[in-house]
Design a protein around this ligand. Structure first.
Ligand code: NAD
Ligand code: UD1
Length: 338
């Protein structure tokens, strides 16, 4: 019995593959290599010391996916495959609706046709929108999203909920990630953003390595202790381990399960800059600029439901997140090899 990991060569997927295999699970990975390099596959293998099946295939390709289900003994799916850039989604909404929503519909249809009804889905804290007040809990109303990327996450959550209502054989776990950063301890796997990073940590590491001159801090007039935005950063390895627990859950029980995966602690932009400087010994020059459209002042989780029901909690603190992000950036200034 194997777990199909869609988008398994990407940032979170690759770290999750390592944790799954280290826990003795068999995996099959499908990725269309749109936002990753094939060398990520080699790095996962090298870290685990064991091979696994990889299919280069787009999840919108129903025939290709069906073949994978026919060839392999797939019992459950962890569904990472998706596009994730907020600004790109504003410019090209149809691309996001097609890839993320249509891709998920094709995947669900193929799964159902092959009697596989267990799925863990990569959702996001973005589904809480701009109207809920942190700490965010799973029972809060979702949907006040401000951009097409966020809407794809919200709409896929709705689709999966309706599916569970229609057929009680489905077992679905929605994982709402907060802000994943960090990298594998080895420094051989990490996040490789496309072009100039939109997110905070990859921007900071590129300033540290000298690729970018300084960090633009997006506003210092928020209602937060130092005026800069507060977020719940979570180490990607902690996040990955959350997926192991989620798979155990859907293997044991049918129904719909929803969990926040965060640390429950918020750090401001300047807290992260300070923590990074301490961890790396590198000074990060920054300039305060205007707010970024759509940004909330504060967003952090209450992740106690995941602890109560899955026995999961984040173990790695902000120092370790910064150290590991820096090690990855230093050892791989140009990301994964071609
Ligand atoms: P990523 O881009 O590194 O990984 C996604 C992978 O999916 C890539 O390897 C890409 O090539 C693949 N992919 C995309 N579309 C595909 C398709 N149609 N068919 C097959 N493969 C496809 O992103 P990530 O940071 O690892 O994120 C994984 C998931 O988690 C995404 O769904 C993302 O929206 C979600 N998420 C990420 C964050 C974050 O901050 N990184 C936060 C919340 C949720
Ligand atoms: C963003 C997305 C969110 C997505 C998440 C992870 C928006 C509005 N939200 O969340 O949907 O799920 O990334 O991919 O884009 N910052 C700077 N300078 C920078 C970059 C960021 O000051 O160069 C600040 C931001 O304003 C924010 C904090 O750093 O206060 C974290 O930003 P980021 O890493 O982009 O994450 P989110 O805004 O939480």
């Amino acid at each position: 019995m194997a777990i199909l990991v869609t988008g398994g060569l990407g940032y979170i997927g690759s770290h999750t593959c390592v944790e799954l295999m280290n826990a003795g699970r068999d995996i099959v990975v499908v990725d269309n290599l749109y936002n990753c390099k094939k060398s990520s596959y080699d790095r996962i293998k090298a870290l685990v010391g064991r091979d696994f099946k990889f299919y280069e295939c787009d999840i919108r390709d129903a025939k290709g996916l069906a073949k994978i289900f026919e060839n392999e003994d797939i019992d459950s799916v962890i569904h990472f495959a998706g596009l994730k850039s907020v600004p790109e989604s504003v410019r090209e909404p149809l691309k996001y609706f097609d890839n993320n929503i249509n891709g998920t519909l094709v995947l669900l249809d193929v799964m159902r046709n092959h009697g596989c009804k267990k799925i863990v889905f990569s959702s996001s804290a973005t589904v809480y929108g701009i109207n809920n007040v942190s700490p965010l809990t799973e029972d809060m109303e979702v949907g006040g999203v401000t951009n097409p990327y966020g809407r794809t996450k919200y709409m896929i959550e709705c689709i999966l909920k309706d599916l569970c209502t229609s057929d009680e054989e489905w077992s679905v776990c929605l994982l709402r990630y907060f802000n994943p950063i960090g990298a594998h301890k080895s420094g051989t796997m990490g996040e490789e953003p496309n072009g100039i990073p939109a997110n905070l940590m990859p921007y900071i590491t590129q300033v540290a390595i000298g690729k970018l001159e300084y960090l633009n801090v997006n506003g210092s007039d928020f209602d937060t202790p130092d005026g800069t935005g507060v977020r719940d950063y979570i180490h990607v390895v902690d996040l990955s381990i959350g997926h192991l627990k989620a798979v155990d859950k859907i293997e044991g029980e049918n129904g719909l399960f929803i969990y926040n995966l965060g640390t429950g602690v918020g750090y401001s932009v300047l807290d992260v800059v300070n923590a990074f400087e301490k961890a790396s010994g590198v000074k990060i020059p920054y300039k305060i600029g205007p707010r970024r459209a759509g940004d909330v002042a504060t967003c952090y989780s209450n992740s106690s439901k995941a602890f109560k029901e899955l026995g999961w909690k984040a173990e790695r603190g902000i120092e370790e997140m910064c150290e590991d992000s820096w090690r990855w950036q230093k050892q791989n200034p140009n990301g994964y090899p071609d």
